[in-house]
Write a protein that binds this ligand. Sequence first.
Ligand SMILES: NC(=O)c1ccc[n+]([C@@H]2O[C@H](COP(=O)([O-])OP(=O)(O)OC[C@H]3O[C@@H](n4cnc5c(N)ncnc54)[C@H](O)[C@@H]3O)[C@@H](O)[C@H]2O)c1
Ligand SMILES: O[C@H]1[C@H](O)[C@@H](O)[C@H](O)[C@@H](O)[C@H]1O
Length: 337
Amino acid sequence: MVLKIGVIGVGMIGQDHIRRCIEVLNGCEIVAASDINLEHVKAVLKKYKINGKAYTEGLDVISSPDVDAIIVASSGPSHEKYVLAAIEAGKPVFCEKPLAVTAEGCQRIVEAEMKAGKRLVQVGFMRSFDSCYRKLKEMLNTRELGEPLVVKCVHHNSEVGDSYTTDMGITDSMVHEFDIMRWLLDDDYETIQVVSPRITKYAHTGVQDPQLVLLRTKKGILITIDLFVNCQYGYDIRCDVVCEDGIAYMPSPLQVQTRTKGKFGEHVNTDWRERFIVAYDIELQSFIDNAKNNIVMGPSAWDGFIASKTAAAGMKALESGEIVSVNLPQCPSFYKK
Ligand SMILES: NC(=O)c1ccc[n+]([C@@H]2O[C@H](COP(=O)([O-])OP(=O)(O)OC[C@H]3O[C@@H](n4cnc5c(N)ncnc54)[C@H](O)[C@@H]3O)[C@@H](O)[C@H]2O)c1
Ligand SMILES: O[C@H]1[C@H](O)[C@@H](O)[C@H](O)[C@@H](O)[C@H]1O
């Protein structure tokens, strides 16, 4: 069986997912796509020689009888409406992060999915599919280094556009860390604090960049996130875990190192597409394979909800400068792994 996919939103990542469905992944076909910019959808379908339907309204993609499963890759504020409609239609939906732009929106999705009685939503948190994070988790799980005490995360983007705001540092970028740290440490959060250092001359007016976040987990582990989205030198994601008996440094994807003209060199990734290219392939192939068997796995709506709840507490911490309780609810048995 070939899974017939409809894509909502054909911007940067929507197009990248279409490319991988066409050129890299198995068992799927793109049969429809939508974007508020119809000409853009038509151009993308033409570029990839896709003989599918083009819509402006994403709901038309979801209700199309030709479509078995949905990829939501539109801008964040539109996610909730489309994910709720996909659940209502009983179709598996892969939704890019954030699941919804508010914790309340995520909660509505969680409630709708539980009411539907089966998992239909996979959230596009791709880091748990990345071999570097997986190797780090395998090492921690051996307990050879003892218990983790402190985790130091780095999340650097080369630059961001002028629509990027201080809040997005928390709701759009650091949500990746809020998700992956729970997965890595099998833990949840107690408190969050946001500290604002001197601002880089490369930040757009009014944007706090860099930002430093401190999270304390229920087990007492302290996590620092050094976010710098105009770092200029490349896209750099790192994670060091200080444990009782040693330190684990997350490996970087393999790169050729050079020595020439008195200098040592190694390529630094330019953006997320390059750094996580294999992880995106694996997460989407796994969505396709599972959807064909009528199941959905991977990062859940609950994970999306917890990441957004943590981001909401982070926003309060940013405004107040105080240490804020994250107040996470108990995970319902429906979502227990
Ligand atoms: N997992 C990741 O690493 C990752 C990486 C990049 C982006 N994202 C997420 O993917 C989403 C899209 O990001 P992007 O970088 O591709 O942005 P983008 O601005 O390049 O693309 C968004 C597209 O959505 C369209 N759109 C806006 N509202 C719409 C609506 N109501 N219905 C249909 N289409 C609509 C826009 O016209 C645009 O073409 C965001 O939620 C972003 O956070 C995730
Ligand atoms: O939307 C992007 C994307 O989610 C990247 O993975 C992240 O590193 C960026 O900071 C964010 O702006």
